[in-house]
Ligand binder design. Structure first.
Ligand code: ZN
Ligand code: ZN
Length: 135
């Protein structure tokens, strides 16, 4: 598959995890953002610019809130909504209380955001991020 940068349209984009893997981000399509080297690792990329990083996270959080509009979801519903397999859906709700209607959407989104609820004033910490800043 030839992916293009979501910012500039350049071909051969890299896969960026919006919620970084070190922050608990999952390997699922909705957490991916396709970015060229410049928009990924460059000065205005999410690894070097915390405002850009936060912007992408807030966009994802909002996307999830719009996509998961019900209060509860079952594993099979999550599979369909997020286009993921059963194992990944199970991983998302692991340890959550199962209600009659399914699992709480609020908890699902919180986990997908790396056990975080991002706001515009959020600051975050991440090894990968620190390493880049020290370079
Ligand atoms: Zn680009
Ligand atoms: Zn990345």
């Amino acid at each position: 598959m030839l992916s293009r940068c979501e910012i500039c349209g350049k071909e051969h984009a890299e896969v960026h995890h919006i919620v970084h893997k070190c922050e608990g981000g999952m390997d699922i399509e909705i957490n991916y953002k396709y970015l060229c080297a410049k928009h990924h690792r460059g000065k205005y990329g999410p690894h070097k610019n915390e405002n850009v990083d936060l912007k992408y996270k807030l966009e994802l959080q909002e996307k999830l809130e719009n996509l998961l509009e019900k209060e509860y979801y079952t594993i099979s519903e999550l599979q369909i909504k997020l286009s993921i397999n059963k194992n990944k859906a199970k991983k998302i709700v692991k340890g959550f209380k199962r209600y009659k209607e399914g699992y709480k959407t609020k908890e699902i989104i919180y986990r997908l955001m790396g056990n975080n609820n991002y706001s515009l004033y959020e600051m975050f910490n991440c090894d990968e991020y620190v390493a880049l800043n020290l370079a």
